[in-house]
Design a protein around this ligand. Structure first.
Ligand code: NDP
Length: 306
């Protein structure tokens, strides 16, 4: 069975940065990228707030470069996802894609988070047929059409403004009478004439036929039920941390975010560290994920040298 000193799970900014630091620390990191190499950032277009890029940077190019940097420094980056983990004792036993088994002296969990859905059967029925959780991936298909974005956070505002550049009209379906988004994003929405915010509204049902989504049935707080005509229904209501595989061993909060000890990236299991969105319900930025990947690699290095 292959033995690995430092196993990193997750191919986002946290995982790749952990790989850079672990490679430079000569602890021979092996990283499995999971189903979405590059992580959530690859579902966006331009990143304007990553330091070092005065004119912004293409998100995919940024992730490709961080990955290449890790490879150049000696990280072994592989395709594949963890399918099972036994963290009851060290070395930890990890299964990749239900086949390959390996033993890891230390483990860095950087599996990120995935988009949440409302949980409506009709939403499920039209997934891929007009229902999407990624405007930058799928917005192209809705050029000059009418669409809706659910949510009132930064993601919803970002997706709505992105879609507004492509679509005829964008509704934002917001369940309260305020947006959660930052002031800058709110201003951007307010200054985009083809975005209309539907305040105090919840989605009862996604409407459609054999061709896909044709509308949505909404209910306002005052009880009024009404339909809007749309071709695309985009979810932007937050994310779910990808910690399920490790939850038997690793302590998480109620929402599933891995709990680290606060001062470091250490989890409740010695030799297991967590980095990026899987342990961060607050900041969730590429730069904070990268920084936490750095911390996790330094913590793993220190642990191995003990
Ligand atoms: P948030 O948790 O910030 O916002 C989620 C939004 O969805 C809220 O408006 C929430 O409403 C709404 N919502 C949640 N559940 C439901 C539901 N069941 N039905 C209807 N609406 C619902 O998530 P985001 O993904 O927007 O942002 C996550 C983090 O990432 C934040 O810290 C954000 O600042 C950051 N971010 C930063 C960006 C940037 O800096 N460029 C870009 C994108 C995100 P309510 O407010 O009522 O709870």
């Amino acid at each position: 069975m292959e033995k690995v000193k430092c196993l990193i799970v997750g191919g986002g900014p946290a995982g790749y940065t952990a790989a850079i630091y672990a490679a430079r620390a000569a602890i021979s990191p092996v990283l499995y990228e999971g189903l979405e190499p590059g992580g959530q950032l690859t579902t966006t277009t331009v990143v304007e707030n990553f330091p070092g890029f005065p004119n912004g940077v293409d998100a995919n190019a940024l992730m490709t470069d961080i990955r290449s940097q890790a490879v150049r420094l000696g990280a072994d980056i592989r395709r594949g996802s963890v399918s099972a983990a036994d963290l009851s004792s060290r070395p930890f036993k990890i299964t990749i894609d239900g086949q390959t088994e390996l033993e890891a002296e230390t483990l860095i969990i950087a599996t990120g988070a995935t988009a949440k859905y409302l949980g409506l059967p009709s939403e499920q029925k039209f997934r891929g047929l007009g229902v999407s959780a990624c405007a930058t991936c799928d917005g192209f298909f809705y050029r000059r059409k009418d669409v809706a974005v659910v949510g009132g956070g930064d993601t919803a505002c970002e997706e709505a403004t992105y879609l507004a550049g492509l679509c005829n009209k964008v509704y934002m379906i917001v369940r309260r009478d305020v947006l959660r988004a930052s002031a800058a994003m709110q201003e951007r929405v307010a200054n985009t004439p083809n975005i209309e915010i539907l305040w105090n509204c919840n989605t009862r049902e996604v409407l459609g036929d054999s061709s896909g989504v044709t509308g949505a049935r909404l209910e306002r707080k005052d009880g009024e039920v009404f339909d809007i005509k749309i071709d695309g229904f985009f979810l932007a209501i937050g994310h779910h941390p990808q910690s399920d595989l490790f939850a038997r061993w690793i302590k998480t909060d109620e929402a599933g975010y891995i709990i680290t000890d606060g001062r470091s990236s250490a989890t409740n299991v010695e030799g297991v560290f967590a980095a990026g969105d899987v342990q961060d319900p607050h900041y969730r930025q590429a730069i904070t994920a990268a920084a936490s990947g750095c911390r996790a690699a330094l913590d793993a290095e220190k642990f191995l040298k003990r």
